[in-house]
Write a protein that binds this ligand. Structure first.
Ligand code: VG1
Ligand code: CO
Length: 545
């Protein structure tokens, strides 16, 4: 007998607006009565034509993941989905979920994650919806979801006991079926089609040493299976490889602050040949060669310049896309290759159209996100494997590849300064004040620098014609250096101001400066222009990446 569908009355919340990547709040906030149910029902109410179709559900395993998966399953059944594919234990990395949606031609997917944000009973949780192309829902859908959350009156759910998600196989849930799948299998198979596994395997067999820090997050099982299992890397290559609900109390954010232990190891005299890390949900990557940190913006450019060495990209790239705050290093590669370069707002959802239209093959963000047309999310392990494929093909250390790249294309010195948890009004005031001065900035002298142009970035999607305005304040200086200011759309307490700083040195210029020296004038100019200290009370950023 199919269990009856319960229709439960509820009241709207006013703050369920999805940000850069889904709805993110503290766990206790999500634990308010019906908070999760309201958002999930609003997603379903904003979609059409999914009756009998397949939905993918998975999460990064953080605290509250299991509870929300059970709710999502029972609501998907009550709303009329025909089948749900769910990762064993409720686990799926974000790129793996994107792949499952695509491979199984699902209608869409629900991914539970707050990505690089910390996890635990008082830390962060998140929910986002991905469409049938495997990518994050575009703004038109996230806006419809938000509108719906403001007027929702009831939600639909099956009144049944929880399912056992640790047992692979098919089980009924009302009229729907739930299929518990191996979270790693489809993804690992996809990676084997893109990269020269025998060459990478031979490199490891020849003594190549690597350290991969999974940061107690979701990539542990993926990296262990692929690096240690299929590629023969030494046992222990993957560190912190067991996903923990609180990430061991750390921020699963692969940058030089939160992955400092890995960084220190990679700078030591006996460092492994190659180091990498990934974030909470497995879509970001940190790349550190022996003795050299490769910035994400540089990594994007270097991967694009060398991608043809991997079988999956041997035919060349159609184009490269990067988010606006990402450095222009990739632009120089695109120019040399004679392919398109696209500049989008921050957030992976803006790459989907370009990838679907075949205009871009590789995409990247300065925030340690890189990916390609193999899925519709950024993909941490993919970037690591592409680096390994390039290292195996070129038979040179990462440091030599980076330095040769700069000698050919020049170097975009780059840093991002984050001021976290600042007062929201102060943050908005800072941005508003800059915005008000945009027209009068050109010609202004700031220290030794002169402003050449200033604007508020607006994106016109060349595929669907949509426009996204107010995506970051850009101040360009004479000589081509720049500073960008924007507020984070993923933080969960107060506001986070991000200041992106970039200066270009041509191939004939100084290529081995310390980044802080190369950017010193620009950092001072950013402070002067935005009055950061005066407005936020902060004299130093919390995180420099
Ligand atoms: C940040 C990054 C952005 C990234 C987003 C989601 O957004 O800057 O590049 O796409 O996080 O990444 P914001 O709005 O806080 O700057 V993930 O790995 O947290 O899903
Ligand atoms: Co992430």
């Amino acid at each position: 007998m199919t269990p009856p569908i319960k229709i439960v009355a509820t009241k709207p919340y006013t703050d369920q607006k999805p940000g850069t990547s889904g709805l993110r709040k503290k766990v206790p906030h999500f634990q308010q009565p019906n908070y999760v149910q309201n958002f999930l029902q609003s997603i379903f109410d904003s979609l059409e034509g999914f009756g009998g179709k397949t939905l993918v559900i998975g999460g990064d395993g953080r605290f509250f993941n299991r509870e929300v998966i059970q709710i999502a399953l029972k609501m998907a059944a009550a709303n009329g989905f025909g089948r749900v594919l769910v990762g064993r234990g409720g686990l799926l990395s974000t790129p793996a979920a994107s792949n499952v949606i695509r491979q199984h031609r699902a209608f869409g997917g629900i991914i539970l994650s707050a990505s690089h944000n910390p996890g635990g009973p008082t830390e962060d949780f998140g929910i986002k919806y991905n469409t049938g192309n495997g990518g994050p829902a575009p703004e038109r859908i996230t806006e419809a979801i938000f509108e719906r959350t403001k007027e929702i009156e009831d939600y639909r759910i099956l009144d049944v006991p929880d399912l056992d998600l640790d047992r692979p196989g098919v089980q009924p849930l009302g009229a729907m079926t739930v299929e518990v799948i191996d979270p790693v299998a489809d993804y690992a198979a996809l990676m084997e089609t893109l990269f020269d596994f025998p060459a990478i395997k031979a490199m490891f067999a020849g003594g190549f040493r690597m350290a991969f820090d999974a940061m107690s997050a979701i990539t542990g099982p993926y990296a262990t299976e692929i690096l240690e299992g299929r590629l023969g890397a030494a046992r222990g290559t993957v560190r912190n490889g067991t996903p923990l609900p609180d990430f061991g109390g750390h921020h699963p954010d692969p940058n030089l602050v939160h992955a400092k232990a890995l960084y220190d190891d990679m700078m030591a005299p006996d460092a492994p040949d190659f180091g990498a890390a990934s974030d909470g949900d497995g879509d970001r990557n940190l790349i550190i060669g022996r003795g050299i940190f490769i910035t994400p913006s540089d990594s994007l450019a270097m991967l694009a310049a060398n991608a043809h060495l991997a079988p999956g990209y041997a035919a060349g790239l159609a184009g490269i896309a990067r988010s606006m705050p990402t450095s222009a290093a990739a632009d120089r590669v695109a120019e040399k290759l004679g392919i398109g370069i696209y500049e989008t707002p921050t957030g992976w959802k803006f790459f989907g159209n370009l990838l679907d239209a075949g205009m871009a093959t590789i995409c990247g963000e300065e925030s340690a996100g890189t990916g390609s047309n193999h899925v519709r999310e950024k993909d941490g392990l993919w970037a690591v494997l592409l680096w390994l494929n390039i290292l195996a093909a070129r038979k040179e250390p990462a440091k030599a590849i980076a330095e040769a790249h700069w000698r050919e294309y020049g170097r975009n010195y780059y840093a991002r300064h984050d001021y976290e948890g600042i007062d929201s009004d102060a943050a908005n005031g800072l941005v508003d004040a800059l915005r008000a001065r945009l027209a009068s900035l050109p010609g202004t002298k700031v220290g030794p620098l002169t402003v050449a142009a200033a604007d508020d970035f607006a994106y016109h999607d060349p595929v669907d014609g949509s426009t996204s305005a107010k995506q970051g304040i850009r101040v360009l200086f004479e000589g081509g250096s720049r500073v960008v200011f924007r507020l984070s759309g993923t933080g969960t307490s107060g506001a986070t101001l991000r200041v992106y700083i970039e200066a270009y040195e041509p191939p004939t210029g100084a290529l081995d400066l310390a980044v802080s020296d190369a950017l010193a004038d620009l950092i001072a100019a950013a402070e002067t222009l935005a009055q950061i200290k005066e407005r936020t009370g902060r004299s130093e950023p919390d995180v420099v990446t």
